[in-house]
Design a protein around this ligand. Structure first.
Ligand code: AGP
Length: 629
């Protein structure tokens, strides 16, 4: 349950747990399999388990599997919650991913008399596994399952063999965990594309979608590769390939602070993480200069010759991370004189993009487990491109499947709505852009240092904005009954407008849309009616060709009755006569402005969500890491 609560941020429509009872006192076939499931947040499962425990219904156990669900197939109901169970109730399975040939398999199983109690693709797998587990002609497999002996060991080998058989028949993506009351000391697992990692403990072992699930118990983790199968007892971890050949385990350390994430007195993780941004940015850009004052990125292990030869960059990401990519494009094109495309990861490979070995692909992902982005970088690498990952989670799938990694050091981001990861991602793309400019000769060492020195001043400027949040909070509290908000921005302010709108959508469930300010008169201005809230991100007045046009945009919407809320630089009085409210940010170079102008928009959405009584950290329908396509 503790591990599940650390993973709840990944999805929380429903949850469940399956517990094997220890074998009968006379060592006969094992006693029991107890399954408890509940709809909604994990607290509901905790309550159901406590009730069962009070009634003496929770057995002493040697193994258990659990699951929090973000619904893909079937509504969030108890029947559709995982674990799913075989018809005889003796085998349980949980699954992340999508089984793409589930319908065909379901038809075949139904024809053989298997009955289904759910709408999920997962239930197909548990019946397939049960069928193989009891198949007299099952392939034979023998391997180290320490701690099992006699009849339990024989059934343990059969369960591993059954998993090998089933994995070969599945199409799509999956992380599977299964256990049987016939082998209470064994958990068998398998993965394809969905995340799975093993935690190696003392006399106990763990499996999780990410290491956070067990980081409180062990920092020694074992990677599970594509199409690999795992057999875990309390005393052994056996990794094998899809044919069942035992492999050498690859250990890595997961000693990061994510398991200790607590609110530290803040009302929500989101509030805390918004206020951690000065530190997140500072830590992400820290220690990037070598002894000669040159920008050196130890995590980027791509030969400089390849970086010099790159003729295009494509940034792939989703959601907020994609908006960080949109901001990065302005800086990297300006500094490196290389064309930069920003593509939503889930669109990228279906676009049949032009990708060659001279294309540099940058994947931006907080979790490092976003399936759309994983599939995009796989496609890019198949085309010969080099991939640099900008991720916030060490040891994540995206970081392990990229050619180079540039870590953001934002610390664990628990709130589903991304804030400090966003600003840390932007800062990391600036570091990458300056590094490329230096390697490619577009910028001299002293120019890079100048840009870096200005970037190092951003954390204190972010703190300046955070210290003046009262106007933002008051404004938000007056808008609980608003049903739509328009966000406008130009140049690097445009992705900020998109991000501001996304925050409002995902936290307040209000329709919000970000537009390029110049686009307004080409149609969207028809949306402006009396009192329509319009939030405008205004460039610095020191860039008049951008600034003056946006001020005109404010006048255009104000003339049509809009309620204008403006994010503008301190001292920029040109906006005052057209703004109902002004959120101030300190003066800063245009390219760095997004790191400041997004802060009021984050605070605005967070405050309004709280004022509306919404769950700020776990908004409805969302998951922190979308590990299915
Ligand atoms: C951001 O507030 C959202 N939670 C979502 O758009 C998120 O940024 C997106 O799913 C990408 O996640 P990643 O950074 O972990 O890949």
């Amino acid at each position: 349950m503790d591990g599940l609560s650390r993973l709840e941020y990944r999805g929380y429509d429903s949850a469940g747990i399956a517990i094997t009872g220890v074998e009968d006192s006379d060592g006969g076939p094992a006693g029991s399999l107890t399954v408890v499931k509940a709809v909604g947040k994990l607290t509901n499962l905790r309550a159901a388990l406590a009730e069962l425990e009070a009634a003496g219904g929770v057995p002493d156990s040697r193994s258990a599997i659990g699951h929090t669900r973000w619904a893909t197939h079937g509504h969030p109901t108890v029947e559709n919650a995982h674990p799913h169970v075989s018809m005889d109730g003796r085998l349980a399975l949980v699954h992340n991913g999508i089984i793409e040939n589930a319908d065909a398999l379901r038809t075949q199983l139904r024809a053989e008399g298997y009955e289904f109690t759910s709408e999920t693709d997962t239930e197909v797998v548990v019946h397939l596994l049960d069928r193989a587990f009891h198949d007299p002609d099952l392939i034979s497999w023998e391997g180290p399952l320490d701690g099992l002996e006699g009849g339990e060991l024989a059934r343990g080998w059969a369960l591993v063999a059954a998993m090998i058989t089933v994995v070969a028949r599945l199409e799509g993506t999956f992380t599977l965990l299964a256990l049987s009351q016939e082998v209470p000391g064994l958990i068998v697992a398998a993965r394809r594309s969905s995340p799975l990692v093993v935690g190696r403990g003392e006399g106990e072992n763990f499996l999780g979608s990410d290491a956070m699930a067990f980081a409180a118990h062990t920092t020694d983790a074992i990677e599970v590769g594509q199409d690999q199968i795992v057999a875990v007892t309390a005393d052994s971890v056996t990794i094998m390939d899809r044919e069942g050949s035992v492999l050498e385990p690859h250990h890595f350390n997961v000693d990061f602070a994510r398991d200790r994430a607590t609110k530290d007195g803040w009302p929500t993780f989101m509030e805390k993480e918004i206020h951690e941004q000065p530190r997140a940015i500072a830590d992400t850009i820290a220690d990037r200069l070598d002894s000669e004052g040159r920008l050196a990125l130890d995590e980027v292990r791509i030969p400089e010759s390849l970086l010099r030869g790159a003729d295009k960059m494509i940034i792939v990401a989703c959601g907020t991370a994609a908006y960080a990519g949109l901001v990065a494009r302005y800086a990297i094109e300006h500094w490196c004189r290389i064309p930069v495309e920003v593509e939503l990861a889930h669109e990228f490979r279906y676009r049949d993009p032009v990708v060659t070995e001279k294309t540099l692909v940058v994947a931006i992902s907080q979790s490092g487990e976003t399936m759309d982005t994983i599939m995009a970088i796989r496609h890019a690498r198949e085309q010969g491109a080099k991939v640099i990952a900008i991720v916030n989670t060490p040891g994540s799938t995206i970081s392990r499947e990229s050619d180079a990694v540039l870590l953001t050091h934002a610390g664990p981001e628990i709130a589903v709505a991304s804030t400090k990861a966003f600003t840390a991602q932007i800062a990391a793309t600036y570091i990458l852009g300056l590094y490329l400019a230096q390697v490619r000769g577009n910028k001299y060492v002293d120019e890079v240092q100048d840009y870096l020195e200005k970037l190092e001043k951003i954390p204190e400027k972010v703190q300046w904005v955070l210290d003046r949040a009262e106007t933002v909070r008051q404004t938000a509290r007056t808008m609980t009954d608003v049903d739509s908000v328009i966000y406008l921005g130009r140049h690097v302010g445009y992705p900020v407008a998109l991000e501001g709108a996304l925050k409002l959508k995902e936290l307040c469930y209000i329709h919000a849309e970000g537009f390029a300010a110049g686009e307004l008169k080409h149609g969207p201005i028809a949306l402006i009616d009396e009192g329509q809230p319009v939030i405008v991100v205004v460039p610095t007045p020191r860039r008049p060709e951008l600034h003056n046009k946006v001020v005109s945009n404010i006048q255009e919407v104000r003339a049509r009755g809009a309620r204008t809320i403006v994010v503008a630089e301190e001292g920029d009085t040109s906006v005052d006569e057209f703004a109902d409210v002004v959120f101030r940010v300190p003066a800063t170079p245009t390219l760095y402005m997004p790191l400041l102008s997004v802060i009021p928009l984050q605070l605005f959405a967070c405050e309004l969500a709280a004022a509306k009584g919404n769950d700020v950290d776990q908004p409805r329908n969302l998951a922190k890491s979308v590990t299915v396509e």
